[in-house]
Design a protein. Structure first.
Length: 115
């Protein structure tokens, strides 16, 4: 169980949403404290050769909301920082909207990129 600095437990929110019948999905994980989002991950994943592969993700892994675009090996090829005023909750919502609306374009770009 994750805890905050005061050692009180964080509440976890985790779910996946299917985007297509071909294995495309949105994976979400967030932790809240006293009802406020403190960290999150929203990731678009696609099925390639029987494996779920991350394509684009929004998260707070470096202390501030940002978007990572990945290559087929899972390496970050582009990092886009969200504006400094973006809260984790806003970054989560933006990530869900963007990935739900644009996953097909991201998949096409991902599949066209060099292996």
């Amino acid at each position: 169980m994750r805890t905050n600095a005061d050692r009180r437990p964080l509440q976890e929110i985790a779910y996946t949403s299917a985007l297509s019948e071909l294995g495309d999905r949105l994976r979400v994980q967030a932790f809240t404290f006293q009802g406020k989002v403190v960290t999150f991950l929203v990731q678009y994943e696609t099925m390639i050769d029987g494996n779920l592969v991350p394509v684009v993700r929004y998260d707070t892994a470096h202390g501030h909301p940002h978007r990572d675009t990945l290559d087929r090996r899972g390496r970050i090829v582009k990092k886009d920082w969200l504006p400094d005023t973006t809260t984790p909750a806003e970054g989560w919502r933006q990530g869900e909207r963007d990935l739900a609306d644009n996953w097909a374009r991201y998949k096409d770009e991902f599949l066209r990129s060099p292996r």
